[in-house]
Ligand binder design. Structure first.
Ligand code: NDP
Ligand code: HEM
Length: 487
C-alpha cells in the first residue's frame, strides 16, 4: 500500500504524529487534556457498541445472488421474478434466536434465515427461519414467549421452568417444539438446512389477480444435522463453529446454494381450505399445494466488515416490492411494525441509508433530517407532495391490491384448536423409529430441567394428545405417569 493512503489520522482527517504515547506534562505526567487524539480515541471506543438484536443476536452473513429458473410471472408481477435467468444481488443473515451476541452456534434453537433481495424496485426482505411454522400465532404473545427463552429476571439464568410453563400453557407451540426437538433442531452447518418464509404472503400478478404463497428454500447441500453430544462439545470448543464453516466454505469457492420453491394457493381457496392458511403454526401439506420451483440462491462472497454488514443489516418483513404483499396472518401483521421500529432504535432513524441496507435502485422520498443523516438529505429538492415544483409523485399502478374484510373489530381467538394433527403427522408419518426415539430423548432431557411436576404433567398430557406413544414414552423417561385426564 502506498504511504499516502496508509497514514493514520484523527476522525477529522488530521495526521497523527504519535499513537503510542499520550501527551504528558513532563516525563511522568499527568496527562494533558489537550491531547485531543487521546480523548477522541477513548471517547469513540466507549461508543463502539450498538444494542444487540433483542432476539437473533448471534449471527453471521454472506452476499450472493438469486437467479430465476422458472417462470412464475403468472402469479406475481414482482420485477425480480419476471423472467428466467434474471439475477438479483442479495445478502443473507443466519442466526440463532435466544442467545446473546457471543453465544454458541451449535445449540438447539430455530435458525434465522433473513434474506434481502436488492431488486430494481427496492429491497424485498424475506425474514424467515429454518422451520416452516412458529411457536405462537398472535403477535401479542411474542414478548411473553421471548421472555421465557431468555434469562430469568431473578437469577439471570436460562430457566427450563419458564420455557415449559409457557409451552404447556400454549398448546399451539406443539408443532414447532416437535420440529425444534427433532434432529433438525441442531443443523450440522448453516449450509445444510432449509429456510422457510413460514407465514403466508400474497402475490399479485399484472392483471391484479392475487394468490397466497408459502416460501421454501431447499438446501442444495442436503439436510444434515448434528449429533447432540458433538453439538454440546462444539459449543464449548468453538462457539463460532457455524459462522466459521460458512465463511471457510465461501472462501474456498465452495459456494452454498438453495432452490427457492413456493406453494401457491388460489385466493378463493383460503375461504374454504380446511386449514387456516393464516395460522403460522400450520403447514400446507405438499399433497394439497405442491412445491413450484422459482429460482436458485447462491452465496459467493463473505462480508468484508462484520459490523458494517452483518450487525448493521436491518431486515424487515415490511419491506415489500410491487407484486408481493402481506397476508392477514396476525403474527406477520405484528412483525410489519416490530422490525423497522427495532431498527430505528438499534441502528438509528436513517439506518436505511447505510450501505448494507440502501436499496440499489433509486430511493426518493420526503423523509428528511434525523441523527446521522449522511446521504445528502435530498439536497434542495422540495419535500412535500402534492406539489407544483416537479417534486416526487406517487405511482397509482403500485397501490396495494384491494382485499375484502368482514366481521366485528374484537380480540378474537383463532377458530381452530387442533394443535395436534400436524405434529402427529410429523411424529407418525415423517419420522422413522430412530428419529422418534431421539425426539423423545431430547424432550425428556429438556423437561428434566423443570422443577415442578405440575408443569411436566401438563406438557405430557399435550404430548399424549399428539400421539399416545409420544406422551407415554416421555412420561416414562421422566419417571411419571400419563395423567388420566389425557386419555
Ligand atoms: P410431506 O411428506 O410431503 O413432507 C414432509 C416434510 O417434512 C418434508 O418437507 C421434509 O423435508 C420434512 N421433514 C423431515 N423431517 C423433518 C423434521 N424432523 N422436522 C421438520 N420437517 C421435517 O408431508 P406434509 O406436507 O403432509 O407434511 C407433513 C409434516 O411434515 C408436517 O406436519 C410438518 O411437520 C412437516 N413439514 C411439512 C412442510 C410443508 O410445507 N408441508 C415443510 C416442512 C416440514 P425435506 O423435504 O427437506 O426432507
Ligand atoms: C429478529 C420481532 C416473529 C424471524 C427480530 C427482531 C425483532 C423481532 C424485534 C430484531 C430485529 C433487529 O434488531 O434487527 C419479532 C416479533 C415477532 C417475530 C414481534 C412476532 C410477532 C418472527 C418469526 C420469524 C422471525 C415468526 C420467522 C418466521 C426473525 C429473524 C430475525 C428476527 C430471522 C433476525 C433478522 C436478522 O438477521 O437481522 N424479530 N419477531 N421472527 N426475527 Fe423476529
Amino acid at each position: 500500500m502506498s504511504k499516502e493512503k496508509n497514514y493514520l489520522t484523527t476522525a477529522s482527517g488530521a495526521p497523527v504524529g504519535d499513537n503510542q504515547n499520550s501527551i504528558t506534562a513532563g516525563h511522568r505526567g499527568p496527562t494533558l487534556i489537550q491531547d485531543v487524539h487521546l480523548l477522541e480515541k477513548l471517547a469513540h471506543f466507549n461508543r463502539e457498541r450498538v444494542p444487540e438484536r433483542v432476539v437473533h443476536a448471534k449471527g453471521t452473513g454472506a452476499h450472493g445472488y438469486f437467479e430465476v429458473t422458472n417462470d412464475v410471472s403468472k402469479y406475481t408481477k414482482a420485477d425480480f421474478l419476471s423472467e428466467v435467468g434474471k439475477r438479483t444481488p442479495m445478502f443473507i443473515r443466519f442466526s440463532t434466536v435466544a442467545g446473546e451476541l457471543g453465544s454458541a452456534d451449535t445449540v438447539r434453537d430455530p435458525r434465522g434465515f433473513a434474506v434481502k433481495f436488492y431488486t430494481e424496485e427496492g429491497n424485498y426482505d424475506l425474514v424467515g427461519n429454518n422451520t416452516p411454522v412458529f411457536f405462537i400465532r398472535d403477535a401479542i404473545k411474542f414478548p411473553d414467549f421471548i421472555h421465557t427463552q431468555k434469562r430469568h429476571p431473578g437469577t439471570g439464568r436460562k430457566d427450563a421452568n419458564m420455557v415449559w410453563d409457557f409451552w404447556s400453557l400454549s398448546p399451539e407451540s406443539l408443532h414447532q417444539i416437535s420440529i425444534l426437538h427433532s434432529d433438525r433442531g441442531i443443523p450440522a452447518t448453516l449450509r445444510h438446512m432449509n429456510g422457510y418464509g413460514s407465514h403466508t404472503f400474497k402475490w399479485v400478478n399484472k392483471d391484479g389477480e392475487a394468490f397466497w404463497i408459502k416460501y421454501h428454500f431447499k438446501t442444495d447441500q442436503g439436510v444434515k444435522n448434528l449429533d447432540v453430544a458433538l453439538a454440546d462439545k462444539l459449543a464449548g470448543e468453538n462457539p463460532d463453529y457455524h459462522a466459521e464453516d460458512l465463511y471457510n466454505a465461501i472462501e474456498d469457492g465452495n459456494h452454498p446454494s438453495w432452490t427457492l420453491k413456493v406453494q401457491v394457493m388460489p385466493y378463493e381457496d383460503a375461504k374454504t381450505y380446511h386449514i387456516d392458511p393464516f395460522d403460522v403454526t400450520n403447514v400446507w401439506p405438499h399433497t394439497d399445494y405442491p412445491l413450484i420451483e422459482v429460482g436458485k440462491m447462491v452465496l459467493d462472497k463473505n462480508p468484508e466488515n462484520f459490523f458494517a454488514e452483518v450487525e448493521q443489516a436491518a431486515f424487515s418483513p415490511g419491506h415489500f416490492v410491487p407484486g408481493i404483499e402481506a397476508s392477514p396472518d396476525k403474527m406477520l401483521q405484528g412483525r410489519l411494525f416490530a422490525y423497522s421500529d427495532a431498527h430505528r432504535y438499534r441502528v438509528g432513524a436513517n439506518h436505511e441509508a447505510l450501505p448494507i441496507n440502501r436499496a440499489k435502485s433509486p430511493v426518493n422520498n420526503n423523509q428528511r433530517d434525523g441523527a446521522m443523516r449522511f446521504d445528502g438529505n435530498g439536497g434542495n429538492n422540495i419535500n412535500y407532495e402534492p406539489n407544483s415544483f416537479n417534486g416526487l409523485k406517487e405511482t397509482p399502478e403500485n397501490k396495494t391490491s384491494p382485499f375484502e374484510v368482514s366481521g366485528f373489530a374484537d380480540s378474537v381467538a383463532y377458530d381452530s384448536d387442533d394443535h395436534f394433527s400436524q405434529p402427529r403427522n410429523l411424529f407418525r408419518n415423517v419420522m422413522n423409529d430412530d428419529e422418534r426415539t431421539r425426539l423423545i430423548q431430547n424432550f425428556v432431557d429438556h423437561l428434566s430441567g423443570v422443577d415442578y411436576d405440575e408443569i411436566k404433567l401438563r406438557q405430557i398430557e399435550l404430548f399424549y394428545k399428539v400421539d399416545p406413544e409420544l406422551g407415554t414414552r416421555i412420561a416414562e423417561g421422566l419417571g411419571l405417569s400419563v395423567p388420566e385426564t389425557a386419555k
